[in-house]
Every structure is written in C-alpha cells, then in structure tokens.
Design a protein around this ligand. Structure first.
Ligand code: SF4
Length: 330
C-alpha cells in the first residue's frame, strides 16, 4: 500500500476513535477530516459528502438517527472492523484504484462483486427456481477465494453472496471472512441457519453482514416458505440484535404481498427487529415452476418507487430497490 494511503488510513482511524467516544459531538469533526483527505477532484464524491454533512447537521433527520443508533448499538469491535473494510478499504482506498484501472484497461470495474456460492437451499419456497437446480451448482472454496483475490488486485473489497442459500456453505464463508479480513462480506440469506454458534462466529470474524429475507406479516401463516420458517427468522434476528451484530433485510414484493410488505406498520416492525437497511426487489419468474401472476403490475411498481423514497426520507432505516433505484444499485 502506498505511503499516502497508509497516511489516509491512519488519520481516519484516529478520527474514528474520537467518533466512537462521542458520536453526536464528533461526527461532524470526522466529516471535516474526510473532506480534507478527499480533496476536491472529480472522484472525491463532493455531492455524496455534502449529503452526509447535511444529515449530520440535523439531529431530527431520520438518517441522523439511523447513523447514531448504528454507532451506539453495534458491537464496538465489529463497528471498528466495518469502518476499516467498508469505509476505508471499499471506498477511500478501493475507489481511486478502481478508477485508475478503469482508465488503464478501458473497461468497467465493479465497486462490489456478487457471486452465488451455491444453488442449493434448505427451503423449498413456492415459485422459487432454487429447488429446480438443487445442490448441483457450487463454487469450490478455491474458486471463491480466487475471485476475491483477483478482485482485491482491482481494488474491490465488497463481496455480496446470493444463492440458493449461501449459509448452507457457512463453514466456507466464515473461512473466507477470516482469510480476507480486509474485505466486507454481505450475504442474502433466509436466516434459518443462523443460530447462537453462527452469531458467535460472526462476532469473531467481524466482517460478515446478513441481509435476511422477510415477506410481510401474512408469511407467518401462509406456508409459502414452509411452516415454522417465519418463527425461525424472528429467532435469528433476536440473536443478532442481542449480540449487537448489524444486519439488514431483503424483501421480495409480489402482486399479492405488496400492500403488507411496504406498509408503514411493517417498516416499523423491521426497525424494532433491529434491521439497519432493507433491500426490496420484485418477484422474478424464473424456471418451470415460476408463477408469473406474482409479478407486480406497472401501477404497483410505480407505487413502490414512491414508497421507497418516502421510507428513505422519514424512517431510521435505509431502504433501496434492487431494480428501480439506479442511483444506489448501479
Ligand atoms: S429461501 Fe430463497 S433461495 Fe431458498 S427456496 Fe426460498 S426463495 Fe428460494
């Protein structure tokens, strides 16, 4: 790592130390340090930094409340590691390197790499393609390790697992967190394999964040995901909250569940469960057993477009839409 990057990291680590001690008092000071180090070049995110500053200047702002609850309620070692992997490596260090290599090779380099460790899943939800593929498609540990190693050479420090159910490979995923402790890992998951022991592993490695699938209040009884699944998911979130581990949610909206899954009552429930972000995406009919009737119609998609912006403007949870929110997911 270059001397300049080492200096940037050391300076921001010191600033983060102050932030931890008194978040309300020191958040704006940290931003001033970030502004100085970022400079004013075209790749220094002036618009994003101004937006963060605006939030930090207003204690009534819902995103200010979200930031403070993350800073105060997250396990301090996990928080430190996340600052290092997500804030410093994936952004401050990784982004300029990606930009340099984009120009050099004249091709895009992604900020994050999404990969499916497996097509296998321990559930068999109605309308999901995973059951069709079974456990036939798997990346080996060495293949995933190689993808991450090559990604880091390009400045990519953010890895997102989808599936199937990535946690059927939880031993490998934890080993990869350990081996690549400078990276941040986020995994979509049905959460039924998260138990006390796995949460302790998350505390140990510190760089693994789950995005848990939830489907609205009616999924407690509708049986689409299998009886008892809803209770297992609630139990997993309770374990994570109790251990001060950060997590988010992943919500698949369909023509049937849209009203419930986007209701303010359900959003408030997500916040109470302890989720910091919610990632919406609409049902995608894939495979022979797909149910096209579950696809939201154009009016429902437009409703979600506005609803998600409203959640983002008023609730202490960061909401985004995988398909209809280009500014956050492209
Ligand atoms: S948990 Fe997810 S991957 Fe598994 S069957 Fe259900 S929808 Fe498909």
């Amino acid at each position: 790592m270059s001397f300049t990057n080492q200096l940037k990291k050391a300076t921001l680590r010191t600033a983060f130390g102050f932030l931890e001690k008194n978040p309300e008092e020191n958040a704006l000071k940290l931003m001033s340090w970030v502004d100085k180090l970022a400079g004013d070049g075209p790749d220094s995110f002036p618009v994003h930094r101004a937006a963060v500053r605006q939030v930090l200047e207003d204690p009534q702002n819902n995103m200010y409340q979200l930031a403070m609850s993350i800073l105060k309620e997250t396990d301090s070692e996990v928080l430190k590691a996340t600052f290092e992997t997500f804030f410093l490596n994936a952004n401050i260090i990784g982004w300029p390197k990606q930009q340099e290599l984009r120009k050099k090779y004249n091709c895009n380099i992604p900020w994050a790499i999404l990969l499916d460790p497996t097509s296998a899943c321990n559930l068999h939800c109605t309308g999901c393609w995973a059951a069709e593929y079974g456990n036939k498609l798997n990346l080996t540990f060495d293949e995933i390790d190689s993808i991450i190693t090559q990604g880091k050479e390009l400045g990519v420090y953010m890895y997102i697992y989808t599936g199937g159910e990535p946690l059927v490979r939880k031993k490998d995923l934890i080993a990869l967190c350990e081996k690549h402790s400078d990276c941040q890992f986020l995994s979509f998951t049905n959460a039924t394999l998260i138990d006390e022991a796995f949460a302790n592993e998350m505390l140990r490695v510190k760089n693994f964040i789950p995005a848990i699938s939830v489907e609205g209040f009616e999924s407690a009884t509708d049986g689409r995901r299998g009886n008892g699944t809803y209770q297992k998911v609630i139990q997993a979130m309770a374990i994570l909250k109790e251990k001060h581990l950060p997590f988010g949610l992943s919500c698949c909206y369909t023509s049937q569940n849209l009203d419930s899954i986007s209701s303010y009552e359900f959003i408030d429930q997500m916040i109470q469960w302890g989720a910091r972000f919610v990632w919406y995406f609409h049902y995608m009919p894939v495979g022979n057993d797909a149910v096209p009737e579950l696809l939201p119609n154009p009016e429902q998609r437009e409703f979600m477009y506005h609803r998600i912006r409203d959640i983002r403007a008023t609730k202490p949870i960061f909401a985004m839409d995988f398909q209809n929110d280009g500014e956050y997911v492209c």
